[in-house]
Ligand binder design. Sequence first.
Ligand code: UTP
Length: 282
Amino acid sequence: MSVKFAVIPAAGLGTRFLPATKAMPKEMLTLVDKPLIQYVVEEAFEAGIDTVVLVTHAAKPSLENHFDRQFELETDLELKNKLALLGVARNTLPQGMKLVSVRQGKALGLGHAVACAAPVVQDNPFAVLLPDVICYHAQQNATDQLVTDFGQHGVSSIALQAVDPAQVHKYGIAGVSERGQITQLVEKPSAEQAPSNLAVLGRYLFTPSIFAELAQTQRGVGGEIQLTDAMQALLQHQPMRGVTFSGEVHDCGDKLGYLAATLTFAQRHPELGEAFKKLLKS
Ligand code: UTP
């Protein structure tokens, strides 16, 4: 069964990035010239997904607007014969991709946000991409790696990356067997309690069974409905795989992580890269 849906939870408050995120969604922060949300929509598209379910909030209409047509802008660019820019403005949503948005009225946690997508996704496997985590891999993006793994094994999976053992307390950490099965998931463990140094990085692939688990999940850490709790429950009766991702992972919800990502992406940018490197040197 192929994976056609991706859920992108974008209804959070973005408090770590205040004041930037007071009136602007964190997911609209730009890496060079594209908002974070567009990077993850493109990642899903490149992985063969054709429907994005954007979980958003009343205070964040710019997220939906970014992927909609902008008639005045398009007419103006057309009249001025700025056709390259017209293409850029029109194709924020890759051609052939559908975007459905659902609302999460109150930010009750990541698990709750994913559950809000259930009426659209229904009985289908789906990917989840956290839009404030930007991944890069020159050959195969992180979501595509999970989709490929699903094609081979047909079970849920989580993208993982090794982190410095001294930093495991900042992440969700997975225990993984030799055959790639997740044995344990621990949220922000101490170095002694951690089953490994493999951190959950913000890309998941779920069978629809996760929705039944989410429906049962009570509020956990921080009073929020945690995705990790539902994943732990799913693990009790369905196998789940860990897929190690070897590319770059940037936590753009964190100010320093965002700055590092900006430097990396600007240097790699096809039009600005060389000039930016010179600028850095000078
Ligand atoms: P984060 O925890 O990084 O986002 O969630 P946040 O809560 O917005 O940010 P901080 O911690 O206050 O700075 C990861 C993703 O999940 C979404 C967020 O919008 C973000 O893209 N999210 C989180 C929801 O959609 N709903 C929630 O209730 C929580």
